[in-house]
Design a protein around this ligand. Structure first.
Ligand code: SAM
Ligand code: SF4
Length: 326
């Protein structure tokens, strides 16, 4: 029988974000400004991933997001999606990607069982996009968004990290972008990590002012499901799409935390901004270790803290989000 994953504060965990690689081909200034510098091997193999998802599904995980690094750099990404979609208990399968291969892969991913997709797009302008991501494939990513929309995913979302002086002046363009497109653009407040603190001081923008402007323009807060996570979303009768905000520095952000994270090497992370990981990989080597796996996860959850300590200047040991699957 399924056991619910709960922590000592009564929060239930039915959502897992699994990184399938640390490698990324972009150099987003706030994440990997010098490109990927690690050892590009040694990530969980397909069999380990399949076992991990099965174990977690039997622990009550219902929603799974595949992320990275850039998940689409993995050659076996379609097999991983197919395995995950076929896992009993997994009701919703999503992915976060920089979108560089979506023109070719949107349809195969949908056919393999992917339900929803988040595409990172920090600018609608090619030059600006290259300035922020270090990559010239803006046209390709934009076409990837259209391919995703045409494919009929249950949900297409755009992630845009708000950056002072780099894209905060594009908010009106993004709002216009959703006028005819049934997707949700989510402005994410830049998060401080171990490696980007100077950048953070220079570029962090509070999303609240942007949200207030939207409300003044007739957008209304959209009531989302309790299990949807920490974004707040706005809709408007004249627009097909929605605008959302993810504000990790806002009060109460951690109260509804419903997610666990596993790194591409099998480390369980309880908080994006926490310290350390619980190594689950040794328990993924054969089916006999499911009980030990459960015990390890329950024990780790028992130590999950009430919230992050970003306000005290403690942003944990995450070097950048490519490492933990942001
Ligand atoms: N490479 C994929 C992508 O960019 O969509 C998946 C991994 S990336 C780490 C996941 C998301 O985290 C992206 O939307 C990215 O913009 C966001 N992200 C990365 N570093 C961030 C930071 N320091 N603050 C806020 N968001 C960040
Ligand atoms: Fe790569 Fe995503 Fe990080 Fe950009 S945000 S460098 S695309 S992992």
């Amino acid at each position: 029988m399924d056991e619910a994953l709960k922590d000592q504060f009564g929060r239930r965990f039915a959502y897992l974000r699994l990184s399938i690689t640390d490698v990324c081909n972009f150099r987003c200034e706030y994440c990997l400004p010098d490109g990927y510098q690690g050892t590009p091997r040694g990530f969980l193999g397909r069999g380990e991933i399949q076992r991990l998802i099965g174990y977690f599904a039997r622990l009550g995980i219902r929603k799974l997001r595949l992320t990275g690094g850039e998940p689409l750099v993995r050659r076996d990404v379609l097999d991983i999606v197919r395995d995950a979609a076929a896992t009993p208990g997994i009701e919703r399968l999503a992915m976060t990607t920089n979108g560089y291969r979506l023109v070719d892969l949107a349809q195969p991913l949908r056919e393999a069982g992917l339900d929803a997709i988040n595409i990172s797009l920090d600018s609608l302008d090619s030059e600006n996009f290259e300035r922020i991501t270090g990559d010239r494939r803006h046209v390709q990513v934009m076409a990837g968004v259209e391919a995703a929309l045409a494919t009929g995913f249950e949900q297409v979302k755009i992630n845009t990290v708000l950056l002072r002086g780099l894209n905060d002046f594009e908010v009106a363009d993004f709002v216009e972008y959703v006028r005819e497109r049934a997707l949700s653009v989510r402005f994410i407040e830049l998060m401080r990590t171990r490696d980007n603190s100077d950048y953070f001081d220079q570029r962090h923008v509070r999303a609240l002012a942007v949200a207030q402007q939207l409300e003044a323009d007739g957008w209304t807060r959209y009531q989302r499901e309790a299990t949807d996570g920490p974004a707040i979303e706005f809709s408007h009768p004249d627009y097909a799409g929605r605008i959302g905000f993810i504000t990790p520095y806002a009060a109460g952000f951690c109260d509804g935390c419903n997610r666990l994270r596993v790194t591409a090497r099998g480390g369980l992370r309880l908080c994006l901004f926490g310290d350390g990981t619980r190594d689950l990989r040794p328990l993924l080597q054969d089916d006999a270790q499911e009980t030990a796996f459960r015990e390890s996860v329950f024990d780790a959850l028992f130590h999950k803290t009430a919230g992050h300590r970003l306000h005290e200047g403690d942003y944990g040991d995450t070097p950048h989000l490519a490492m933990t699957g942001g």
